[in-house]
Design a protein around this ligand. Structure first.
Ligand SMILES: NC(=O)C1=CN([C@@H]2O[C@H](COP(=O)(O)OP(=O)(O)OC[C@H]3O[C@@H](n4cnc5c(N)ncnc54)[C@H](OP(=O)(O)O)[C@@H]3O)[C@@H](O)[C@H]2O)C=CC1
Ligand SMILES: CC(C)CCC[C@@H](C)[C@H]1CC[C@H]2C3=C(CC[C@]12C)[C@@]1(C)CCC(=O)[C@@H](C)[C@@H]1CC3
Length: 301
């Protein structure tokens, strides 16, 4: 049976590189590109098919910062019946977080909660299959416990919404393993390292990054997480794709690394999470999920 792999954030950066690399690894997979709108999805599909003309590539439109769009995408994916792996590679990092149309913090929703809803809505596809299914979350080494608070888990009050959302991602992955491993669903978190992408181009303009490139290549001799290209950044995802999920440590984050001479490798590092906090946070996610489903009852089967 073909393996169906859904990649969010597939239209650029690490997500797009991951799609290309996965097809290079296994031409038999069915790749489903999740993009924010139909034009981007089609453009990405054309790009991928140019390189792998025989590949099976479908698309789904989903704005992860918009819960109605997430529920509609889940409905569509349920109709397609199969899903074996979901990997997240979208993300937003903004100086000023804001409320989205659902009244939730945008960074929290896009980086974590939209996916949480998607996964919960796809539970029937992901759980109880003959072979294990898997989730791979693109987190970050920027996930910091000090940025996260259970009483303000959406990070409405602080200035570190990105770090908070990534820490929340780590917590969620830990609990998902505890709840779903028995049903054959396994979750892992990865950090792609420092990658030149639209995300970093919002921190400094492209020309400055280009000027800094020689320095960064030198830094890479000492800092192995300067992966720099989306291709290198997707190393940990690709490595995980090839592992048996049952043998992975749920309390580890897998970091994409690149040596000074450009050789890619993966480094596992212990997650800095308190399992009790993770469980309490999960309960809060379930509460928020309940409110969401009540609000959007018409989008449920
Ligand atoms: N770059 C880096 O140095 C690092 C990145 N990461 C993480 O890696 C992941 C990928 O980042 P990277 O590739 O660098 O970033 P990019 O900005 O290049 O790519 C982000 C992708 O996410 C999509 N996206 C953004 N918002 C939404 C949304 N609301 N709904 C659906 N899709 C959305 C974008 O789509 P669109 O084309 O429509 O904008 C794009 O395809 C992120 O989770 C990021 O936090 C972690 C550590 C370092
Ligand atoms: C001479 C130097 C190369 C100058 C670059 C300085 C900074 C702009 C970068 C140094 C470390 C970078 C970094 C990130 C953004 C750009 C820097 C601050 C991230 C915060 C990007 C998003 C993530 O998820 C983190 C893991 C990155 C950590 C390092």
């Amino acid at each position: 049976m073909e393996r169906v792999v859904l990649v969010t954030g597939a239209s650029g950066g690490v997500g797009l590189a991951l799609c290309r690399r996965l097809l290079g690894e296994d031409g038999r997979i069915h790749l489903c590109l999740a993009c924010r709108n139909a034009q981007k999805a089609e453009a990405t599909r054309d790009l991928v098919l140019q390189e792998y003309p025989a590949a099976q590539v479908s698309t789904v439109e989903v704005d992860l910062g918009n819960l109605a769009s997430v529920l509609r995408a889940a409905q569509e994916l349920r109709c397609r019946r199969l899903l074996h792996m979901l990997t997240t590679a979208e993300g937003v990092m903004t100086q000023t977080d804001r409320l989205n149309g659902d009244g939730l913090q945008e960074v929290f929703t896009t980086n974590l909660f939209g996916h949480f809803i998607l996964i919960r809505q796809l539970e029937s596809l992901l759980c109880g299959n003959e072979k294990p299914s898997r989730l791979i979350w693109t987190s970050s080494s920027n996930a910091r416990e000090s940025a996260f608070s259970l009483s303000d888990y959406q990070h409405a009050k602080g200035q570190e919404s990105y770090s908070s959302s990534k820490y929340a991602t780590d917590l969620t992955s830990v609990v998902l393993n505890r709840k779903f491993n028995k049903q054959g669903l396994y979750s892992s978190v990865v950090c792609p390292g420092l990658v030149m992408s639209n995300m970093t181009f919002k921190i400094l303009p492209v020309f400055l990054w280009v000027l800094l490139m020689p320095i960064m290549f030198l830094i890479r001799f000492f800092a192995k997480t300067y992966t720099l290209t989306p291709y290198n950044g997707a190393e940990a995802h690709v490595w995980l794709f090839k592992q048996k999920p049952e043998y992975l440590d749920p309390l580890v984050k897998y970091h994409s690394c690149t040596s000074g001479l450009g050789k890619n490798f993966v480094e596992p590092r212990k997650l800095d999470v308190d399992e009790e906090t993770a469980e309490k946070f999960y309960q809060k996610l379930l509460e928020l999920e309940g409110q969401t489903l009540e609000k959007y009852g018409d989008l449920l089967d």
